[in-house]
Ligand binder design. Structure first.
Ligand SMILES: Nc1ncnc2c1ncn2[C@@H]1O[C@H](COP(=O)(O)OP(=O)(O)O)[C@@H](O)[C@H]1O
Ligand SMILES: CC(=O)N[C@@H](CCC(=O)OP(=O)(O)O)C(=O)O
Length: 298
């Protein structure tokens, strides 16, 4: 810590001078930030996240937040005596579960994040795929391959959806109106059902539709870890596929890395998985020379 206010001012000026070229690089660019349920650690981290999003907006960047809430859904389901079950990192979602998923994601969590960003002097607006016909989903058809036997199995995940149509009209209007969209990963199907979409998958679909310059995934680990638990700084698409196949990447990391692969293949540059439990992870990633986490590369 500095001894005098002048030292503080000097440090701040130096930090700002260092950040300025990065800020200019992202001016008028869209950055999609996926805020995972596990990264929503505590009030201080939540405030630091909201400050980062507000500062991006104030720096001329166009941020879009997509949030998850897996642990929060699990807590609500457990209160109601319903057990959470996952297959291939996705929640098996029956009719009762999808009601609770929508209530938690598009309700309480969404509004909590909106309120945090607004408390930093910005205009955040909370939406889900249903609003403004933004996203339509179809029932997900997933398979998993057993790493030991190599046998492929088709999963029936109930009301789990894949985004199949994304309309950016509302997002463009919000960007022009200086509003920050905060999106919950729930969307309707053309069949009239409501679908629960993995938040990573949803973020990838949004990033693709708006041609985002950066797609950041904030989670509760430093990035993708190897077999020995060591952080992998840079991961190619081929290496990532091999780590999924041999079981090194498992659970909730699977949809995250699969989304990264799809985003890279669609030409999105700068897809990063990083630790949301580090305060100001977003600013440190975008506005300093020291990138953190795992960078996915072609
Ligand atoms: N190879 C791996 N590297 C890092 N995390 C992994 C790996 N394989 C599985 N995971 C798990 O993935 C989790 C992150 O995914 P998830 O729980 O869905 O988080 P979020 O709520 O941020 O989307 C980590 O906490 C970790 O338990
Ligand atoms: C289909 C599916 O698994 N949907 C997720 C949606 C929330 C989510 O993805 O939250 P995190 O980012 O915190 O993991 C779920 O029900 O948990």
């Amino acid at each position: 810590m500095s001894d005098t206010p002048n030292d503080d001012a000097a440090t701040q000026a130096r930090l700002l001078a260092e950040a300025l070229p990065f800020m200019q690089r992202y001016e008028h660019k869209t950055v999609v930030v996926k805020y995972g349920g596990h990264a929503m650690g505590n009030a201080a981290l939540g405030k630091a996240f909201a400050q980062d999003i507000a500062l991006l907006k104030q720096s001329g960047v166009n941020p879009i937040v997509v949030h998850g809430g897996g642990p929060q859904i699990a807590a609500m389901l457990s209160k109601m005596g319903i057990e959470s079950r996952f297959e291939g990192g996705l929640r098996v979602t029956d009719a009762k579960t999808v009601e609770i998923v929508e209530m938690v994601l598009a309700g309480s969590i969404n509004k909590e994040i909106v309120a945090l960003i607004n408390a930093e002097g910005e205009w955040a607006i909370g939406l889900c795929g249903k609003d403004g016909n933004m996203v339509y989903a179809e029932k997900a058809h997933k398979t998993v391959t057993d790493p030991d036997s190599n046998i492929e199995r088709v999963l029936d995940l109930g009301f789990v959806g894949e985004p199949v149509e994304v309309d950016r009209t509302l997002l463009d209007l919000l960007a022009k109106s200086e509003m920050i969209p905060v999106l919950a990963p729930v969307a309707p199907g053309r069949d009239g059902h409501t679908y629960n979409i993995n938040a990573d998958t949803f973020a990838g679909a949004i990033a693709g539709a708006v041609e985002a310059s950066r797609l950041l995934f904030l989670t509760d680990v430093p990035g993708v870890l190897d077999k020995n638990g060591k952080l992998i700084d840079e991961l190619t698409v081929t290496e990532a596929r091999a780590l999924i196949a041999d079981g090194t990447i498992s659970g909730g990391m699977i949809p995250k890395v699969e989304t990264c692969i799809e985003a890279i293949e669609r030409g999105v540059k700068g897809v990063v998985i990083l630790n949301g439990k580090t305060a100001h992870a977003v600013l440190l990633e975008l506005f300093t020379a020291h990138g953190a986490g795992t960078l996915l590369v072609p």
